[in-house]
Design a protein around this ligand. Structure first.
Ligand SMILES: [Zn+2]
Length: 88
């Protein structure tokens, strides 16, 4: 029953990992933060992604998690999954 469109979310989530990495311009960060304030869906995704990244980036895990596994993990995080349910 929500009028929430996922157009913005899709946009946002595609730059989410860059956002977490701090690779986005301040303007974009602001835009994302603004969207996050109003969109619980994206907040959940952000938290999940962050938690996963944190986990992988912990020094004691870093040794245990080879580079390619980390990369695969990022792909496994496939953010599209979060956007699927409402269409079709
Ligand atoms: Zn959103």
């Amino acid at each position: 029953m929500t009028a929430h469109t996922h157009a913005n979310c899709e946009n946002l989530l595609s730059s989410l990992s860059e956002y977490i990495d701090g690779g986005l311009s301040p303007e974009l960060c602001q835009e994302i933060e603004k969207h996050l304030t109003g969109c619980e869906n994206c907040r959940v995704v952000l938290n999940t992604t962050k938690r996963t990244i944190d986990l992988v980036q912990q020094p004691e895990n870093q040794a245990a998690v080879p580079e390619d596994v980390r990369e695969r993990l990022f792909k496994r995080l496939n953010l599209d999954d979060y956007l699927k349910p409402s269409s079709r």
